[in-house]
Design a protein around this ligand. Structure first.
Ligand SMILES: Nc1ncnc2c1ncn2[C@@H]1O[C@H](COP(=O)(O)OP(=O)(O)OP(=O)(O)O)[C@@H](O)[C@H]1O
Length: 237
């Protein structure tokens, strides 16, 4: 399958000279789902921010459909990113939250409506249009955030710890819901987490990061049964 996103020799160092990302190489086929797994501080969010255009590498290249995107500002990349805290607008209702990106694109309210309808149906939120976001449960907020991210039709979807704000008990259930929604979409997706179970459920391929490096890439089975070093063995245990 053709690779859609290519990350080539990407590195970034901090002001003190230590690596935040150390020679990252990655190729994602169109429609694939990748989980980025690693402990806190391993560089997962920085990698997403670079793909999104919110941060720039010191060296290396990021290409989408064969074209370098490093000079494109975030809004021109047409990628969707959902953050840990969802960053919803509490004073707006569900409809206005989902329509936000469409409004920013200058789309008329008339044209927004059918897209918002489609998103409400995809995320099982029909009937919630006029509810204020601060009256919703954590799981409902998560689905509003997903609907808002998907409404403008992004070419790539990035989810940064999408379950971390939720109750432990709810997580498994919501992870199932999230993966069901994603499997209906056929959109290339990158799912960042520090939780093995979430990583395995969300992506067919996993990259395991530590100290700014990809230490192993493979299927859940390869990571569990064939860890390439002792650090990975103990992290997976
Ligand atoms: N702009 C920056 N300048 C200096 N150091 C930075 C910068 N951005 C991130 N870092 C450092 O780089 C490392 C990687 O951070 P990053 O947020 O990417 O990790 P992470 O794997 O997403 O962690 P978490 O799971 O805690 O969110 C951390 O040690 C962080 O403190």
């Amino acid at each position: 399958m053709e690779n859609e996103l290519i990350i080539h020799n990407v590195s970034k160092t901090s002001a003190t000279g230590s690596y935040i990302l150390n020679n990252i190489n990655l190729a994602l086929p169109r429609g694939s789902r990748l989980s980025v797994l690693g402990p806190s501080g391993s560089g997962k969010t920085t990698l997403l921010r670079m793909i999104a255009g919110l941060d720039t590498p010191d060296s290396g290249d990021i290409r989408f459909n064969g074209v370098s995107i490093l000079d494109l500002p975030p809004h021109k990349r047409n990628f969707g990113m959902m953050f840990q805290d969802y960053a919803l607008f509490p004073h707006l209702d569900v409809f206005a939250n989902i329509a936000f990106g469409l409004k920013m694109k200058g789309m008329s309210k008339r044209d927004q409506a059918p897209i918002v309808e489609q998103m409400l149906s995809l995320t099982n939120l029909k009937g919630f249009e006029n509810r204020k976001v601060d009256e919703l449960s954590g799981g409902e907020r998560q689905r509003v955030a997903l609907a808002r991210t998907l409404a403008p039709g992004p070419r790539l979807l990035m989810l940064d710890e999408p379950l971390s704000a939720l109750d432990r008990v709810l997580r498994k259930h919501l992870l199932d819901q999230l993966t069901q929604i994603l499997s209906r979409l056929h959109i290339t997706t990158i799912f960042v987490t520090h939780d093995h179970e979430e990583a395995f459920a969300a992506g067919a391929q996993i990259i395991l990061m530590n100290q700014g490096k990809i230490v192993q890439q493979g299927s859940p089975d390869q990571l569990i049964h064939h860890p390439v070093n002792d650090w990975i063995k103990s992290f997976m245990a």
